[in-house]
Ligand binder design. Structure first.
Ligand code: FES
Length: 133
């Protein structure tokens, strides 16, 4: 079980997601915007029937600007200084000013209800000494 003090938040129904758009949610609190993404292919940390649903902090690890998901190139892009992160590889930094990967939100999929929940975070949210502050 994943606990470590993280809340468990239901965020979406897997059936409502599609590969052309991302959905914004906040986790573990209202000051931490995140993006829910359905990549279309099974990826590390992916959940759901296709193991293709992942989520990341939307705050760039460079200076905290909000990254956006580009479904065409399947990348997360920061508009401020053009850092690029890979949602297929656990938020790995591809290029740009950032020096750390984008924190990945740990998800859980419930088979019976089809619900996706956020249950934890891998990595440190921008600007925080603790993700739970
Ligand atoms: Fe994202 Fe600088 S804040 S690259």
């Amino acid at each position: 079980p994943i606990s470590r003090g993280y809340p468990i938040f239901p965020i979406a129904q897997a059936s409502e997601l599609n590969t052309s758009a991302s959905a914004v949610f906040h986790y573990p609190d209202k000051d931490s915007p995140c993006l829910l993404i359905k990549t279309g292919d099974a990826v590390p940390g992916g959940v759901g029937p296709g193991r293709d649903i992942v989520a990341y902090s939307a705050m760039c690890t460079h200076m905290g600007c909000l990254v956006a998901y580009d479904a065409d190139t399947r990348t997360l892009k920061c508009p401020c200084h053009f850092s690029v992160f890979d949602p297929d590889q656990c938020g790995q930094m591809v290029c740009g000013q950032a020096t750390e990967n984008l924190p990945q939100i740990e998800l859980r999929f419930d088979d019976s209800s089809g619900r996706i929940s956020a249950v934890g975070i891998r990595g440190s949210l921008y600007g925080r000494v603790s993700n739970l502050l």
